[in-house]
Design a protein around this ligand. Structure first.
Ligand SMILES: [Zn+2]
Length: 721
């Protein structure tokens, strides 16, 4: 069955500057048949691991394959739904697992390329197919005959003699149908469709207003004096930005999405800093067309109604029921437990800054934070990013760092393959061999920035591991590291190094998957678990044996000098008070909105609500406002993180807690790695994530290691760091 949940959020993203649709003339039948015969998606790839035949795939192949893929899947699903035989695991749920092969094949490649190597044709296909795929999904999940069979099997699951994974599969199918509305009465299904429709259009409204409000919030300056402190390059960029808006001879500073504005780090003019801060926090609260407050209160209200249709107390209850946290109370407790330490550390950071500010006769305000924080950093740590980079040559980091760590922990080895076709010449392919030398996966690395690549870094798959389908994983990592000029070495920053380890942690989760059913494969786990293997893998970047193996000067091959390493370590937890506090403010606001006791309709209520919520959670430290205020919190109103922003912290707790298990049990050994692989990385979603974690750790996760790692709490004597 086609996992549209993967394609969905991406296809929902607003698409800028789409080319107009070319008018298609009706093609004669013979021509269509010929096109089908040539379309590489219509049959399984004959390459090793069924890797996509990028040498044969053309842009024009995607849309017909997606359309035909949906058609085929509906035929397959109808056949299952209308089967006159009584439902069995095989003739219903396993049969569903086998459906949609064509759609999965094309969907995975399409999803990958529309993110990492897009163009007008792909963008247009995305725009045209997104609503059709949404309707396709409803056609499956709201098919009453199909649901009746799934429900019957669910009712008999304890008496069918199922193995543990098959039972889990039945439960997940039933749950997915129920959560899509299959169990609601026809009138409630009608209500649900209406709510979904209004929510989807309010989401678009919010994104449009936020985009316009952010654009309008840019600051204009008549004199360059106001920008003192910015680098020449930044000042030139500000002049360019003004020119682009036909404000020749002026300077413009555009707003970034967060409350914090990067320019505040260097702006010496205090009035400019204040103006920028006020523009940021009020961008969507001017009472004009771009004001989002009525939109977000309506979204919160509708979500609450939607949750009630499903019998959940609040929207957060509905969302978290399907996550590792299970209840809003548990997610909230994790965060509120951390509030005192985070705010305390932030207050310590403020005290250090106030000392410098005193010299300027400044009493620290929120718009001064980044400026004085940067001063403290320069004075105390003297870090030079360019000096550090010379020790991080990308291929060295990949093969002698990332791969080396995976070999030490899991015994796997890598061999580059030049015979597997790629979608872009910078992409590299490695075959991965298991500890016993068996070929187990393909790994693609696409690290360099391109104009047609989305920002950030991510992992996904071209082929998922499945015992049922006999497929082995084909996994890729994508990033946006600066591409060197021809002939120059690719040197990356320390953040980039961590990103490589992070994304490779996701890759391991996909490659070690050892399950039968596609629905339960690899990284198909809840959002508040999926970032655990990736964040966990970051730790090995700093493991002394690993670090010494890759951090070598690109020219001389000399290891990084101890003094430089010491500086990096010393700066390690600097700024964590601010970062944790601003994050907790936003994450708790998210929870407050989605555990709403009553509906909100008045525009002013939004601000009162926000103030009250921050106060209730004791995260109302005026010097550190939330990373996003409610009115411009795109994660929760405009994309998929509603009642889910806590997940970043939730998985960070698992990351550090699991790492401390390693520390307590002899560190980086093959034995420990194998245990982690068997108990966590290989299981996909075949077990409840909290059960799997408890088995690995011997108890529930503890927040203590994270507090120590972030410098929010002192390590116990005897604990090494
Ligand atoms: Zn990640």
């Amino acid at each position: 069955m086609f996992r549209s949940r993967i394609l969905f959020p991406v296809m929902g993203i607003a698409l800028a500057a789409c080319a107009p649709t070319p008018k298609k003339a009706d093609a004669p039948k013979a021509q269509v048949a010929a096109a089908v015969a040539e379309n590489p998606f219509f049959k399984a790839s004959t390459l090793p691991f069924q890797a996509p035949p990028f040498d044969k795939i053309k842009d024009a192949d995607f849309q017909p394959a997606i359309e035909e893929g949906m058609k085929q899947e509906i035929v397959e699903v109808e056949r299952i739904a209308n089967n006159p035989d009584a439902p069995t695991l095989d003739n219903t749920i396993v049969a569903m697992e086998r459906t949609g092969a064509l759609l999965a094949r094309v969907g995975k490649v399409f999803f990958a390329l529309s993110q990492s190597n897009t163009n007008d044709v792909l963008q247009n296909v995305q725009k045209e197919e997104a609503p059709k795929i949404a309707a396709h999904r409803d056609a499956i999940f709201l098919n009453p005959k199909l649901f009746a069979r799934v429900k019957a099997l669910y009712g008999q699951r304890d008496t069918l003699g199922l193995d543990a994974e098959s039972k889990r599969l039945v439960e997940r199918y039933y749950r997915n149908f129920v959560r899509a509305g299959a169990e609601l009465s026809p009138s409630d299904q009608t209500k649900l469709r209406e709510i979904n429709k209004e929510l989807s259009s309010l989401g678009t409204t919010f994104r449009t207003k936020l985009l316009a409000g952010t654009k309008a919030g840019a600051l204009e300056f008549d004199s360059v004096d106001a920008l003192a402190g910015l680098s020449d390059a930044d000042i030139a960029a500000a002049a360019e930005a003004a020119k682009a808006r036909k404000l020749d001879g002026k300077w413009l500073i555009a707003l970034q999405n967060t409350t914090l504005q990067p320019a505040q780090e260097s702006l010496r003019n205090r009035a400019t800093r204040e103006k920028l801060f006020m523009a940021s926090i009020n961008r969507t609260e001017h009472g004009d067309d771009n004001d989002t407050r009525t939109t977000i209160s309506r979204i919160a209200e509708l979500r609450s109604e939607r949750a009630k249709l499903f019998g959940a107390k609040t929207y957060a209850d509905y969302v978290l029921e399907d996550q590792m946290a299970k209840t809003p109370a548990r997610a909230i407790k994790l965060m509120t437990d951390m509030v005192p330490a985070a705010v305390n550390k932030a207050k310590g950071e403020a005290a250090a800054m106030q000392k410098l500010a005193d010299k300027d006769h400044v009493k620290l305000a929120p718009w001064d934070w980044q400026f004085y924080s940067e001063q403290v950093k320069k004075t105390n740590y003297q870090l030079d990013e360019n000096e550090i980079k010379q020790y991080f040559q990308i291929d060295n980091v990949l093969q002698n760092g990332v791969f080396f760590a995976a070999n030490k922990l899991y015994g796997i080895t890598f061999k580059e393959r030049h015979d597997i076709p790629v979608y872009q010449p910078d992409v590299r392919v490695f075959e991965v061999f298991d500890k016993d030398g068996t070929s187990m996966a393909l790994f693609y690395a696409d690290y360099f920035k391109r104009d047609n690549k989305a920002g950030g870094a991510w992992m996904s798959t071209f082929v998922d591991q499945s015992g049922l389908l006999g497929t082995k994983p084909v996994v890729f990592n994508v990033a946006n590291f600066t591409k060197p000029a021809p002939g120059q070495p690719a040197l990356i920053s320390r953040d980039d190094v961590i990103t490589m380890f992070h994304e490779f942690g996701h890759a391991l989760h996909g490659m070690f998957s050892n399950v039968k059913y596609p629905l339960l494969t690899g990284t198909s786990v809840p959002r508040d678990f999926v970032e655990f293997p990736s964040q966990f893998n970051e730790h090995w970047a700093d493991e002394p044996t690993v670090f010494a193996n890759y951090a070598k000067h690109y020219k001389t091959g000399e290891p990084m000098p101890a003094a430089l390493l010491a500086k990096i370590k010393a700066a390690g937890t600097y700024g964590q008070g601010f970062a944790t506090t601003e994050y907790l403010g936003a994450a708790l606001l998210d929870m407050a909105w989605h555990t709403l006791p009553r509906s909100m309709t008045q525009r002013d209520d939004v601000d009162a609500f926000e103030r009250a919520a921050l106060k209730r959670y004791h995260i109302n430290y005026a010097l550190v406002p939330p990373r996003y205020r409610s009115s411009y919190f795109a994660h929760i109103w405009g994309s998929g993180y509603a009642a889910g922003y806590y997940a970043y912290l939730w998985t960070a707790v698992l990351r550090d807690d699991a790492f401390y298990w390693f520390k307590e049990h002899g560190g980086m050994t093959r034995e420990n790695g194998q245990r982690f692989r068997d108990m966590v990385l290989s299981r996909g979603n075949s077990e409840e994530t909290d059960v799997a974690y408890r088995e690995f750790r011997g108890r529930d996760p503890s927040v203590e290691p994270l507090l120590i790692e972030r410098g929010l709490k002192a390590a116990k004597p005897g604990t090494q760091k």
